[in-house]
Design a protein around this ligand. Structure first.
Ligand SMILES: [Cu+2]
Length: 68
């Protein structure tokens, strides 16, 4: 199992968190997605995760990654 952690912008509420979870879970290899609303941290676990694909998807959703 592989873990990718991102600090993203614009996460304000549970709706943002579930939006991120729903969309990232559909990407290949993603097993679990956890979002910490207070810190804007998105932690993705899975196999064969593609860092760039995850960052691109987060940006598309309106949550650009602050560090990468
Ligand atoms: Cu929200």
């Amino acid at each position: 199992m592989q873990t990718e952690s991102f600090k993203v912008m614009n996460v304000k509420c549970g709706g943002c968190a579930s939006n991120i979870q729903t969309n990232l879970t559909q990407l290949p290899g993603v097993a679990t997605v956890e979002v910490d609303i207070a810190t804007g941290t998105v932690e993705v676990q899975g196999e064969g995760l593609n860092h760039t694909t995850l960052i691109t998807k987060l940006a598309e959703l309106g949550y650009p990654v602050a560090n990468s």
